[in-house]
Design a protein around this ligand. Structure first.
Ligand SMILES: N[C@@H](CCC(=O)N[C@@H](CS)C(=O)NCC(=O)O)C(=O)O
Length: 184
């Protein structure tokens, strides 16, 4: 999903080849040549084949001119920083919270897991809220791949019923709220 959002923001023509998460789709020899992890997504851009959604988005921001183009190494470095940070500090906790708040059937949910996840998320969400205090974007004065990659993880916060008021403790309001392709 985050790569499709990025492609829409980049504005270059692309072809989407839809895959299901079924084994016969992802475990085919043809698909494994593109992504040996048997996961979605994979990007084919001429001779370049890439997997890992954050890396695909950073590549697209480097490669193509236009509104999402990284203006220089500083923007690229900061975008990589926020992208790795979101994956390492937030993603697993938020996915677990999502499971125990919304995805698992009621009988399998464990409120103590959700409580723990919410507590552990307070620190990174506080860091994000501080970084966005008085500004709309994480890097510079315009929407970049840093905002897109971080927001693409934080959108799950809404389904996981995290408060969205930026000033509340443990709250999340993703950068770039309200963009046409953003789900939040
Ligand atoms: N870290 C990978 C995660 C990719 C991933 O988990 N994709 C899911 C779909 S959103 C998938 O392919 N699931 C199928 C499976 O794990 O068997 C990325 O960001 O590209």
């Amino acid at each position: 999903m985050r790569c499709l959002w990025m492609l829409e923001e980049v504005g270059e023509p692309y072809q989407l080849i839809e895959k299901s998460t079924r084994a016969d789709d992802l475990q085919s020899a043809e698909y494994l040549r593109l992504n040996p992890n048997a996961r979605i997504p994979a990007l084919v851009d001429g001779e370049v084949v890439l997997w890992e959604s954050m890396a695909i988005n950073l590549y697209l921001a480097q490669k193509y001119e236009g509104p999402m183009h990284c203006a220089g190494p500083e923007v690229l470095g900061l975008s990589a920083q926020w992208s790795f940070w979101a994956v390492l500090e937030i993603e697993a906790l938020l996915l677990d919270l999502l499971q125990h708040r919304a995805v698992l059937p009621e009988f399998a949910r464990d409120a103590s897991y959700a409580e723990r996840d919410e507590l552990l998320l307070r620190k990174p969400l506080g860091i994000l809220n501080d970084a966005l205090a008085g500004r709309e974007y994480l890097v510079g004065n315009s929407f970049t791949v840093a905002d897109l990659n971080v927001a693409s993880i934080l959108v799950w916060g809404k389904i996981a019923r995290l408060p969205s008021d930026r000033d509340a403790v443990g709250a999340t309001r993703p950068p770039a709220c309200g963009r046409p392709c953003c789900l939040c």
